[in-house]
Design a protein around this ligand. Structure first.
Ligand code: ZN
Length: 608
């Protein structure tokens, strides 16, 4: 195993100027989580990452590239040897292992990533024997790409979608843990993509882009930014999908009917192509896509899509089904949100959305009673819905160790191992505090440590303790949903503006032991469906509340008397209300596990 110092020297940095970016995340190793639901989720996923049989994950790569499987068993589900886009999931494991190494210095995860990459390199090196072109690497044969290019792919495969994920995992292993073999395998695979796509006319290429291809433009633009080699930017731009980009560039919402998660990675790619080129059209595409999706296609919990597809703008109440809110879409929307905020860090709408989607959708999509942190694909929003039901291919349950490998299982491995990556941000003058959860930031560049202590969102108050000295600004997101935020420094009122929907600015020469206290008062509020003001979700501060219906089924949204809703406990988020004339217990939706719940209500009256 390479030593830490040797590894660190191999971590690449971005060498192409980044247009428009004015705030930066910290490296993952600089932020750690403390006791919270966030940390619990991370620990459950970490258990699975250290448990899973790496040789089973290599099975399809090895058989496809004509190497021994070392006696490993094949997987089931979406990694079964006859599943069209088998091997799509392994890139997520690489990324998640890299995260755990970066954050926890977990040597098991580092060794797993290093072993996996070395074995992928052997597969790639055996292409002559397997009859593949130089650089090819996948768990299905290269002939699938010939069929794709000829428009003759009829088995449901999405070949570039799978290859994108392998590339993204290799990229993360390179840039997060400094694995240079990952870089070499990645660049060889990118070279193969160039060779394959460079032969196509632009018409042929655009036709091919009608088949889901993940974030090929994203990963290739990232490779350009790390290498400075314009070849990769050229290849990235071949994946600019005109049918999707053109309406977005002219500010038209034509998302209705599109497969949702096919589109979001393209928009992330557009934002990366903007930072790589400064071409404003890319920024327009990415930011218009975000505005349309969050404003007109997103449920109260921050998720979008029904049966994996966008519906007409503002159609929310009309689509409260069992198959709402695919988890991958929100994982990708949060990536897009980070990018757009970093280019516009005075806008609180981005992290207001990030908080809403992370708390209400993603945290609760993991099963808290499963030590391996298995997840639900959709988050049902039908009356009387329940997590861990459907889709049919999942046997109507949560993901499993070896028989699922759905897209959402892969993206959740990443989500639950990078929960610390967006809490704190910085630029030359300022520290941004965007999320509220117990955590520690080691701002080593300034020799400053920040310790955040809170039980938020159960409590409305968080404390930030500063060690170290220096003059810099602390900017704190004041969410749009709060009222009359209070800020104190060392117990005294801070006397700074803290309006909802702005960043409060504490400009100060900091001294060791300085303590900032932020109180964000939470109130009950409704989140009406865009298409029907009489149908609404209920929220308290950032937390969407749901009703506990036990094992009862519901055929339509119950009628909730808003003036009956009361907070029961002074400490916890425990509420009651009268729905259809009966008392119902209400609590945080992210904790609604193991029973039938209700999120959207027919609302009557006003909140008290
Ligand atoms: Zn998915």
């Amino acid at each position: 195993m390479a030593t830490l110092s040797a590894m660190a020297q191999d971590i690449p940095s971005i060498i192409v100027p980044q247009a428009g970016v004015s705030a930066h995340p910290f490296e993952m190793r600089q932020v750690s989580l403390s006791n919270s639901r966030w940390l619990d989720n991370q620990n459950r996923t970490l258990n699975y990452l250290k448990f899973v049989d790496v040789d089973r994950l290599l099975y399809n790569f090895r058989t496809t590239h004509r190497l021994s499987t070392n006696g490993a068993r094949a997987n089931g589900g979406w990694d079964a040897p006859d599943f069209p886009f088998r091997s799509h999931t392994q890139g997520h494991f690489l990324t998640a292992w890299a995260h755990c190494y970066a954050v926890l210095r977990d040597s098991t995860c580092q060794q797993r990533a290093t072993y996996f990459i070395a074995e992928l390199a052997k597969c790639q090196s055996n292409n002559n024997v397997a009859g593949f072109s130089r650089g090819y690497l996948s768990g299905f044969p290269e002939s699938e790409f010939s069929a794709l290019e000829a428009g003759k792919l009829s088995n449901g495969n999405v070949p570039y979608y799978a290859v994108h994920k392998t590339m993204a995992g290799l990229l993360d292993a390179w840039r997060i843990i400094g694995d240079t073999k990952a870089r070499d395998v990645l660049l060889a695979l990118a070279g193969w993509v160039d060779g394959r796509t460079g032969k196509l006319s632009s018409n042929q290429m655009q036709t091919m882009l009608g088949t889901e291809f993940g974030g090929m433009n994203d990963v290739l633009a990232n490779i350009y930014q790390l290498t400075g080699d314009k070849r990769w930017l050229t290849v990235a731009q071949r994946f600019d999908h005109a049918a999707v980009f053109n309406p977005l560039a002219s500010n038209q919402d034509q998302l209705n009917g599109l497969h949702a998660n096919t589109q979001v990675p393209k928009w992330i790619g557009a934002s990366r192509e903007y930072t790589a080129t400064g071409t404003k059209r890319y920024l327009d595409i990415a930011s218009n896509a975000w505005d349309f999706t969050v404003g007109a296609h997103t449920y109260a919990i921050g998720g979008n899509s029904q049966a994996e597809h966008f519906r007409p703008p503002n159609a929310i109440a009309g689509y409260l089904n069992k198959d709402t809110a695919e988890q991958c879409n929100t994982y990708n929307m949060l990536k897009l949100t980070r990018d757009l905020w970093a280019m516009n860090p005075s806008a609180t709408k981005y992290f207001d959305f990030y908080e809403r989607a992370l708390i209400n959708h993603l945290l609760g999509a993991q099963n808290p009673s499963d030590s391996h942190g298995h997840i639900t694909y959709f988050t049902p929003l039908n009356p009387g819905g329940r997590r861990g039901v459907g889709p049919a291919w999942g046997g109507g349950t949560w993901s499993t160790d070896y028989e699922s490998f759905w897209c959402c299982q892969g993206t959740a491995l990443e989500t639950n191992t990078k929960l610390m990556d967006s809490i704190y941000w910085h630029n030359d003058t300022s520290l941004y505090v965007n999320l509220f959860t117990s955590s520690t930031l080691n701002w080593s560049q300034r020799d400053v440590k920040i310790t955040q202590t809170t039980t938020y969102p159960i409590s409305d108050t968080t404390t930030l303790q500063v060690t170290g000295t220096g003059q810099w600004n602390m900017l704190i997101r004041i969410p749009a949903w709060t009222s009359a935020a209070e800020m104190r420094v060392n117990g005294q009122p801070a006397n700074v503006a803290a309006e909802p929907g702005t960043y409060a600015v504490l400009a100060r020469t900091w001294q060791p032991g300085d303590e900032v206290t932020i109180k964000l008062p939470m109130n009950l509020r409704t989140v009406p469906a865009n298409d029907n003001p009489n149908i609404a979700a209920l929220a308290y501060g950032p937390v969407v509340l749901s009703g506990n219906y036990g094992s009862s089924s519901l055929s339509s949204p119950p009628t909730l008397a808003l003036d009956s809703v009361r907070k029961v406990s002074g400490d916890g988020l425990v509420f009651t209300g009268m729905a259809d004339g009966r008392e119902v217990g209400l609590g945080p939706f992210y904790e609604a596990q193991g029973f039938n719940y209700n999120v959207y209500w027919a609302v009557r009256g006003r909140l008290g």
